[in-house]
Design a protein around this ligand. Sequence first.
Ligand code: AHR
Length: 313
Amino acid sequence: VGFSQVGAESDWRTANTESMKSTFSEDNGYELIFDDAQQKQENQLTAIRNFIQQEVDYIVLAPVTETGWDTVLQEAKDAGIPVIIVDRMVDVSDDSLYTAWVGSNFKLEGQKAMAWLDAYLEAKGRGDEEINLVDIQGTIGASAQIGRTEGFDEAVEAHDNWTTLAQQSGEFTQAKGQEVMESILKQSGDDIDVVYCENDNEAFGAIDAIKAAGYEVGGEEGQILVMSFDTTNAGLTQTLSGEITCDTECNPLHGPRVEEIIQKLEAGEDVDKQAFVDEVAFASDDTVTKVTIDGTDYDITPITQEIIDGRAY
Ligand code: AHR
């Protein structure tokens, strides 16, 4: 199995890589050829071509961005190698270029987070206040960025009293999240109410920048409320301390899911073309414990140390 990973830019991605490596181990009867693309699509294209040359049985691709895959996936198809896409999606003209995709509903993640924010501000008596928001986006063009930004934009659009002060990519890294936050704080630090970070590592960087600039993080009026995605161990620990007020899950444990797809293909069985994983959300307190999106209820669980200790990542 050849696995092309986006890169090691976040704690989430480390957990994702671990899940793949522990599943596709020699003990389990696999040979895994792992390639870390360092967030560059051209490295992923090279890795896939190498996998084809090495005549692997399956190619697993965690794509950095959605577009630009048609040619290389056609090459894999011509070589008769099934391609399984994980986590983020590819945008291709012909969906027979990949065999199956399993990953997150990134738009739903963003919708849940923004529905939580709406209910939280309402519960705090701030429903009619002017609220200024910042969106530190992920890698532009990645499904995780596209979906989470859509969830953010649609919610801001729906509120006359919400304004986007800044919207800029932090490339899903702590260093860039901090750098972007520092420059936004210089321009409009006193006006910011909410910072929506599109992953935990960006949130860690943003929180450092906010505190260094002399502002307080937290969910009360006068503080800067930080939201995040991923629910890594470190992210949830900062949720427990109240520095992240809401953290929405993006589940990285795709190894066993990909293995199930491969086993079905080996047995000649049909597989789902696309499958979303179930995901949860956590908050630093119990102000809001449920949100409803398109008629479906989603729990928002107040985080505890016990929950953190019981989780796999
Ligand atoms: O594609 C999943 C996203 O990308 C995760 O939120 C993030 O941490 C990763 O880098």
